[in-house]
Design a protein around this ligand. Structure first.
Ligand code: BJ8
Length: 395
């Protein structure tokens, strides 16, 4: 079936490359850029300070050799790639960042930030490790205030309550829109491919005009819904097609050998679970302007379902809810080599899957192509097994 692709899809796939020029234009026009690595980064405070936020997570194996001149080889590739780019000045986003924000998440990242601080001006926000305690929330609020004060001092600006409130409301609007992207995967057949969902979520980090970005994403979503209602969904109807949730981290550098292959082999990635997945998008910041905006921002970000906090029970509940709501047949958990938090937590997710009667496939990988064939074989067998079970259930 020939399908009409929403016209802005390509804009998002190209956004990272084109963003190189845009970030230079921003700098030429006197704007300040804030590089960040993590879903714990409080976008509302950065926006209220008048800065442009850009993602710096390394997604390529190219700078890893350079990074290994200073970092241990058996470290997660995302950390090495991010640091390597900064060291060899091969990433324009890192190069043009006036300040880089890091959070004390996993051990590798927080120790790398100490070295990165020799190359770039850094602000490190200390993350409480126990998400559900009141004392953690209080500590997190004070960390966010320290962070805001650091930006005010560095950029000689004032972050006002009005500015924070306006940013909270805008970022909530963007979250509602992002949740809508994932919700297109609930359709049967899905109204968007998982590859396209990923392209949009990756590309939007490199589009710097918020209103233009918002309007383009809305146009895509409207078109996807229209196509679906006109019988032009990107997938042909097939009730036996495996509906897969992709979970984990590091997708930016591994998508081609994982999510692309799932869909090439006849599966559909219907939703993403993890720090930038559906639950984070649905959890909005309280817009009650009579309450302290720092507390409201802290309440939201302390709930990021990242494996670096313990216990991370909220994530497990969210996985179960997402499986039910997206009618998923299986989970593919993608983790990076040497990422202990996510690799260990995959066992907890496997237990959730066992309780729900669906299978889980754990893929541990990096940014090199060496394991592509092996991953393809494992994904093929996993999808075949699910398809066979669905066929048996339909007989
Ligand atoms: S909120 S997932 S973006 S920390 S893969 S560097 S955890 S060893 S990326 Fe992450 Fe923030 Fe959590 Fe999300 Fe360490 Fe693991 Fe590497 Fe990781």
């Amino acid at each position: 079936m020939s399908v009409t692709l929403p016209e802005h899809f390509e804009d998002f796939a190209e956004a990272r490359r084109e963003g190189f020029l845009k970030v230079k234009e921003l700098k030429d026009s006197g704007k300040n850029v804030c590089g960040c690595f993590c879903q714990y980064t409080p976008a509302e405070i950065i926006r209220a300070a008048g800065l442009y936020q850009v993602g710096l997570c390394g997604k390529s194996a190219a700078p890893i050799k350079t990074a290994e001149t200073r970092l241990p080889a058996n470290l997660c590739p995302l950390i090495k790639s991010s640091y390597g780019h900064a060291l060899e000045q091969s990433c324009p986003y890192a190069y043009f960042s006036d300040v880089v924000v890091g959070e004390t998440t996993c051990d590798g990242k927080k120790k790398m930030y100490e070295l990165l601080g020799e190359l770039k001006p850094m602000q490190v926000i200390h993350l409480p490790n126990i998400p559900d305690h009141e004392r953690s929330l209080q500590m997190w609020v004070s960390e966010l205030r320290i962070f805001a004060k650091g930006l005010e001092d560095k950029f000689q600006t004032t972050i006002t309550e009005d500015g924070l409130n306006e940013s909270i409301e805008w970022c909530n609007k963007e979250r509602i829109q992002a949740a809508r992207i994932y919700e297109l995967g609930r359709y049967e057949p899905p109204a968007i491919t998982g590859v396209r969902m990923h392209d949009i979520m990756e590309g939007e980090q490199y589009m710097f005009d918020p209103q233009e970005k918002y309007d383009k994403i809305n146009a895509i979503l409207d078109q996807c819904e229209k196509n679906w209602h006109n019988g032009e969904a990107p997938f042909a109807p097939d009730p036996k097609r495996p509906r897969i949730i992709v979970s984990g981290t590091g997708l930016g550098g591994t998508a081609e050998k994982t999510i692309h292959v799932i869909e090439e082999l006849g599966g559909a990635v219907v939703c993403y679970e993890g720090c930038s997945g559906i639950s984070s998008r649905r959890r909005l910041i309280d817009e009650d302007r009579s309450r302290d905006p720092y507390l409201r921002i802290a309440e939201k970000y302390i709930e990021v379902p990242c494996a670096v906090v313990s216990p991370n029970t909220r994530r497990l509940e969210q996985v179960a809810e997402t499986v039910r709501e997206w009618n998923a047949d299986g989970i593919v958990s993608i983790t990076l080599h040497s990422c202990n938090p996510f690799a260990i937590e995959t066992e907890n997710i496997r237990r959730v899957c066992n309780q729900m009667g669906i299978p889980l496939l754990h893929i541990e990988t990096d940014f090199t192509p060496g394991d592509e064939a092996q991953i393809r074989t494992r994904l093929g067998a996993f999808l075949e097994m699910i398809r066979a079970e669905k066929e048996a259930a339909h007989e």
